[in-house]
Design a protein around this ligand. Structure first.
Ligand SMILES: [Zn+2]
Ligand SMILES: [Zn+2]
Length: 225
């Protein structure tokens, strides 16, 4: 195999790994994290719960506001691999993608006008996850399609039933079961602190939210293709 083909294959492998790890973290947050989980609860789980209730809420955040925690984790990984003398371009690419996972996810919830031509083109080419595929994650009971970066990894994981198998393994090993998701119909009541957002930031909650329900996502995407 020529070195160019080898490098391309390795780069695709890094992208797939970054998408998978991002999906794995997302699954842990959705399935087992609560807003009271120590440290990560307020920092990561709380925004995640809000996102399931109000998918457009985080589109009002700028890049730094939605990526600072991933930047810190990326710095730790770069530092650790440099210290262990195993820092390669693969690690750099992995960190560059993972640091932008929330931003790529945000693009799945924005309109084409908000995303601009380049991001819309990359979504059309399926190089970035399409809003249509991400819409499947936001379909009740919201327990599929966790990977937020590409369209490549999710179908494979769904085909092999990866997430239900992981949850069965976690239950067998620890006894822990999936938490309820109050954003699903019939799994309420909505926590008071989530409902409060409707009063304190109504624009963020309501802005375009009806246009970004999964069915609308699918319709928008179907129009493109
Ligand atoms: Zn989710
Ligand atoms: Zn989403």
């Amino acid at each position: 195999m020529s070195s160019f083909v080898l490098i391309c294959a390795q780069a695709i492998g890094v992208v797939v790994l970054a998408d998978f790890i991002s999906g794995l973290v997302h699954w842990l947050e959705d399935a087992y994290g609560t807003e009271t989980t120590p440290l990560v609860g307020p920092l990561m789980i709380r925004p995640n719960i809000v996102h399931h209730h109000y998918p457009r809420h985080f589109t009002k955040l700028n890049w730094w506001q939605s990526s600072w925690d991933l930047v810190l984790l990326g710095i730790v990984l770069i530092g650790a691999t440099a210290w262990a003398d195993v820092l390669t371009w693969h690690v750099g690419l992995f960190v560059a993608i993972c640091v932008n996972a929330n931003q790529i996810h945000k693009w799945s919830h924005q309109t084409r006008a908000e995303n601009g031509r380049i991001v819309s083109f990359l979504q059309d080419m399926h190089l970035l996850q399409t809003p249509r595929q991400h819409g499947l994650h936001h379909t009740d009971p919201k327990n599929t399609y966790y990977c937020p970066i590409t369209n490549m990894v999710n179908p494979v994981l769904e085909f092999i039933g990866f997430w239900p198998k992981m949850e069965a393994a976690v239950e067998a090993l620890t006894g822990a079961t999936r938490r309820t998701d109050t954003s699903n119909r019939g799994e309420g009541p909505v926590p008071a602190w989530v409902a409060e957002l409707r009063r304190t930031s109504p624009t963020h909650v309501h802005d375009l939210s009806s246009a970004h329900r999964p069915a609308a996502m699918k319709a928008t995407d179907a129009e493109r293709s």
